[in-house]
Write a protein that binds this ligand. Sequence first.
Ligand code: GRF
Length: 197
Amino acid sequence: SKLAVLISGNGSNLQAIIDAIRARMLDAEIVVVVSNRKNAYGLERAAQAGIPTRYHPLKPYRDAGRSRQEYDADLARILQEYRPDWVVLAGWMHILSDAFLRHFPYRVINLHPALPGQFPGATAIADAFEAYQRGEIKETGVMVHLVPDEQVDRGPVVASEAVPIYPSDNLETLTNRIHQTEHRLLVGALRRLLEGD
Ligand code: GRF
C-alpha cells in the first residue's frame, strides 16, 4: 500500500513508520511526506530515507485572502499526484475540512495522544496531566482513528491503548511514555488496516 504522511513537526511517528517498513514489519511504501512547516524536522527524516517531500504552508493563502477550503483542496491535489491508498496524519496540526476529506473518504487516519473521547485538541497530554493532578483520571492513552469528517480527534477507532500516569511523573516523563506508545500503536494499527485492504 502507498502511504502519504502529513506532519508539522518532529516526525518521530513518521520515523516509526519508516523503521517498520525497513524492518519489513509493514508492507507499505511512503510515497510522499507533506509538512505545513518548513523547518519540521520530519522533513529531514523523510529526505534521509529518500522519500519525496512537499511543503504546503497556510500563510500565503491567508495573506492572499484565500480560504481554508482552497488550501485543503490544493493539499488534496498535491497528494493525488502520488496516488496514496492511505493518508496518515502523524502530528499534522491543521484541521482538515471536507474540501480535503471528500477526496479520501475513510482513507485518512489520525493519531491522537489521548483515549477515545478524551481531551481533543493540540494540548491533550498537558490536559490529561492536569486532570490527573486534580484527581479526575488515573490513566490516559493513545488512539488511532479514521477521520471521516471535520470533527477534531474523533472518528471510528482503529486502535487505542491506555497509558498509566504515575505520582512521580512530570509532563516530560508522561509525554515520553505517550510518544513511545504512539510509535508502537501507529505501526500496529497500520498493519491491521493494510492487511484488511
Ligand atoms: C504526537 O503526539 C501526535 O499524537 C500529535 O502530535 C505529536 C507528533 O509527534 N498529534 P511527532 O511529530 O510524530 O514526533
